[in-house]
Design a binder for this molecule. Structure first.
Ligand SMILES: Nc1ncnc2c1ncn2[C@@H]1O[C@H](COP(=O)(O)OP(=O)(O)OP(=O)(O)O)[C@@H](O)[C@H]1O
Ligand SMILES: [Mg+2]
Length: 305
C-alpha cells in the first residue's frame, strides 16, 4: 500500500473567505451587526471615524480604510478597505521605515504591503529622486508586476520599468530613468556585481522589495542572498521588505536583515499569518492507492484516477 498526498483546493465560501474579501459593514445589508472579534480587542488605531461608519474587526484586527492615506495616494488602491493582513501591517509598512518580513497565505494581498512601502516614500518630503527595486524570481512575475504598477503609478508620475533578460538594449534608458525597477535576482546581481559602474544609480535606492523570498532555500537562493547582502553593504539607508507565502523561518530572515540602519542588531519587524487568513479555504485529503509493479505503472495509474 502506497500513500500519496493529493491536495484539493476547493473554492468554497468560508469564514476565511470573508476575512479577505469585502465584508458588509455594521448596519449594511448582509452585516450581522456584531463585532467580528475572535482574539480580543486590537491595540490598533480605530479608523472608523475616517469613513464615517464602523469598520469590522477581523480575527482581532481592526480594519483600516484606504482613506487613512493622503488623498493623492489613495487612487492606487481600487478598494475602500484594507483586508486583515494589510491592516495589521499598515502601521509598520506605511508609518515606519523599518525592514519588514511578511509571511501570509497565497492570495492574501501581499502586493499591497509593497505598495504601502512605496507610498511611504511618496508621502515624505524631498522624494523626487529615488529608486525602488522589486525582485521576483521569474520573468513572467516581473512582467505582470510591471504591467500592474505602470497603470497604478502613472497617475502619480512614478515611472516603472522592467529589467530582465528579455529587456532590449533600446529600453535600458527607460530603466535608468525609472523610479521603480522590476527585475530578477540574477539580473540585479549582474548589474550590481560591478556596482561601482552604477554607483550613482545604487545610491538612489531607498527601498528593496523581495517577493517570494522563500527561494533563498532553493538552488537560486545563493544569488538572492548575495544580492541582498551586497545591497545591505552598499546602502546603509535602504529599507528591505521581504514577502512570501511559504517561508517557514521568517524569524531567521528578520534577524539577518535587522530592523534598520540604526538598530541592525534588532530583528526586522515580522508579521506571520496562518491558514485562517487564506481568501479561499484549502482542503487537504489523503488517498491511498495500491502499489503497482513499478513506478511508471503506478504514475500512469494515478494519472488515470
Ligand atoms: N483589500 C483588498 N480588497 C479587495 N481585493 C484585494 C485587497 N487586497 C488585495 N486584493 C486583491 O486580491 C488579489 C490577490 O492579491 P495579491 O496578488 O497581492 O496576493 P498575494 O498575497 O501576493 O498572493 P501570492 O502569494 O499568490 O503572490 C488581487 O487580485 C488583489 O487585487
Ligand atoms: Mg504575490
Amino acid at each position: 500500500m502506497v500513500l500519496k498526498n493529493r491536495v484539493h483546493d476547493d473554492s468554497r465560501p468560508s469564514f476565511q473567505r470573508n476575512t479577505l474579501s469585502y465584508v458588509p459593514l455594521n448596519g449594511e445589508p448582509g452585516a450581522d451587526n456584531t463585532t467580528r472579534t475572535r482574539q480580543g480587542p486590537s491595540t490598533q488605531k480605530n479608523w472608523s471615524g475616517t469613513l464615517g461608519r464602523a469598520l469590522p474587526m477581523i480575527q482581532g484586527i481592526q480594519l483600516v480604510p484606504t482613506s487613512a492615506l493622503p488623498d493623492k495616494l489613495r487612487s492606487i488602491f481600487g478598494f475602500e478597505t484594507f483586508n486583515a493582513v494589510q491592516s495589521k501591517c499598515f502601521p509598520t509598512a506605511f508609518e515606519t521605515d523599518d525592514n519588514l518580513v511578511l509571511s501570509a497565505p497565497t492570495g492574501s494581498g501581499k502586493t499591497v504591503i509593497m505598495e504601502l512601502a512605496i507610498c511611504r516614500i511618496l508621502s515624505l518630503p524631498k522624494t523626487s529622486d529615488f529608486k525602488v527595486v522589486y525582485l521576483a524570481p521569474t520573468k513572467s512575475l516581473c512582467a505582470e508586476r510591471n504591467r500592474d504598477w505602470q497603470l497604478k503609478f502613472r497617475a502619480l508620475d512614478i515611472q516603472c520599468s522592467e529589467l530582465t533578460g528579455d529587456t532590449e538594449f533600446a529600453q535600458l534608458r527607460n530603466v535608468q530613468n525609472a523610479n521603480v525597477i522590476i527585475t530578477t535576482p540574477e539580473k540585479w546581481d549582474s548589474i550590481t556585481r560591478k556596482w561601482k559602474d552604477h554607483a550613482k544609480l545604487i545610491k538612489l535606492v531607498k527601498l528593496f522589495l523581495v517577493d517570494e523570498v522563500h527561494i533563498l532555500k532553493e538552488s537560486r537562493g545563493a544569488t538572492l542572498e548575495a544580492v541582498i547582502s551586497r545591497m545591505r553593504s552598499m546602502g546603509p539607508n535602504i529599507r528591505f521588505v521581504a514577502l512570501s507565502a511559504t517561508v517557514p523561518n521568517s524569524d531567521d530572515i528578520a534577524t539577518w536583515l535587522g530592523r534598520n540602519s540604526s538598530s541592525p542588531d534588532l530583528p526586522a519587524s515580522r508579521e506571520v499569518f496562518g491558514e485562517s487568513f487564506r481568501p479561499v479555504e484549502l482542503h487537504k485529503k489523503v488517498y491511498g492507492f495500491e502499489s503497482k509493479a513499478n513506478d511508471f505503472a503506478f504514475e500512469s495509474m494515478l494519472t488515470k484516477q
